[in-house]
Design a protein around this ligand. Sequence first.
Ligand SMILES: [Ca+2]
Ligand SMILES: [Ca+2]
Length: 471
Amino acid sequence: MLWTRTGAHGSMWHLGFATLSRQALQRYRLIFEALRDGYLGDMALDDVTVRAGACGAQTSCSFEANACGFSSSWQYTWARQSNATGSATAGPPTDHTVGTAQGYYMMVDTSKGSLPRGQAATLSSGQYRPLTSPQCLGFWYQLSPSDPGSLTVCVKENGVQRRLFSVSSVQGDAWRYGKVTVQAAEDWQVVFEVVSAGGELSYVALDDLHLKASSCPEPGSCDFESDTCGWTSPSDRSLGSYAWGWRSGASPGPEVDHTLGTTAGHYVYFDAGVLGPGGNTARLLSEHLPATTGACLRFWYHMDFPEHFYSGELRVKLYSMVGQLTVWSARGHQGQGWQNRTISVQNTVEFQIVFEVTNGVWPAGGTIALDDVTYHAGEGCDGDGLGQMEGGKVAKGSVAAMVIGILLATVFLLLIALSTCYWLKRRVSAGRMPEERATSQGFDNIAFRDDRVTITPLPADGEAEPAVSLP
Ligand SMILES: [Ca+2]
Ligand SMILES: [Ca+2]
């Protein structure tokens, strides 16, 4: 495998490239292979060329096919690995791209037996061309829960390294989003450097690098124009969780986005009809955000449903190590076009903001879209006073949802009961003749009563009333 991409890449053309290795100098064919993963979506390919010479440095890398031209220091090394065989002695159990043990990532074993305390292992990209404007390099990293050492990201230009990012401890062992804004007037490289703290069973891992043609937004903010800025759906689909999509104007759903107001503008969306009944959800999670005594979350959402039948629900939740909290929700049609919402957010520990689409107990449909999410830490929302973790508001919404849910569940159970009786009636009618020939005592009481009602529409004399009466 030379190259691979997964997940939503927006409604735009991307340039992909891969250097063919020396083994390919013999006669060869190139094969493009599409694999289905989910319910909806399409992929397209255009303008394939083969040129002499190696390609430049990759602007995206998931490490699934290879190390994308990244090179490791010699004495202490980064390893590309997956945990599929269970033979890896250190490193995350699953990667970030596909969220399974089959997914690959780059990793440094920082246990003192592999990398002595204070020693460094570096991973360097190929040479990138000079930049005419700032660009954002996003990446996902994971540190072991104890004594991981440190991860530093530098940009190397003309032999001079500038440190742009550094981290040495985090809570938990989840994949986290990091990003640096790069400005470079000359050719440049990015260098990931890990220094050991001399721990045991410790590691630093790296996955899903992406360089986009604009500077980095504030944490938690995104206009969804050139990527999703660290907003992701959990990649592990085994928990009944679905992924949000990323695209520009289409039907059903908003024909224009909010940022640009054009059909070329991008937004994230989810079609609630995919969920069906049964409590499945589609979640869109922010990067990890630090604890805050007052921050302001603003977003534009689109729940402009053409018919009453479309009634998906959108919730905003806060996830943290201590639990989750719903701070806002809306169900059904919410007015024409894009709607604005502002929510004051406070949390005493590190957290993530989650946009969650659900259907409740009854199947429904409708495309829910989201655009221009902004998050400002250190300042509340001036003047509007909306949705400040209002317990009453949340409780009111929950009670209404519960009443509707109970009513719908009652109707649903009634329908099931009627269907079951109808089925029993049909089954007994169909099977009566052979049964009667085999044995005249072959019916149980329920079937017999049901049968009598079916065959004899007249009311029974004296005995118990017919249990069921069907048309
Ligand atoms: Ca990966
Ligand atoms: Ca947009």
